[in-house]
Design a protein. Structure first.
Length: 85
């Protein structure tokens, strides 16, 4: 990512969460799972501004985390099926 950094943060929930910062360390917002959409979503801090490259990087990161989360669900479901057989 050219202009931003995404760092994991510790949360009491089962799903991961991330803080989004500029390369200089200014906070931009955070990424966490949005249950209703069943996807990772970006929650921007107030009064922040984004250009297309940053938005694309954030969107790509959210999509990758959502894919990884879904693959984890599939692998857990498949292992449950294998145990029952």
């Amino acid at each position: 990512m050219k202009w931003i950094v995404v760092e994991p943060i510790i949360t009491p929930t089962k799903t991961k969460a991330f803080r989004v910062l500029t390369k200089e360390g200014a906070p931009l917002g955070y990424i966490r799972f949005f249950p209703r959409w069943r996807k990772f979503s970006f929650y921007p801090d107030p009064y922040t501004l984004y250009e297309t490259d940053c938005l694309r990087d954030i969107a790509n990161f959210c999509e990758a985390e959502t894919r990884a989360w879904r693959e984890g669900i599939k692998s857990r479901n498949n292992s449950d099926l294998n145990i029952q057989n």
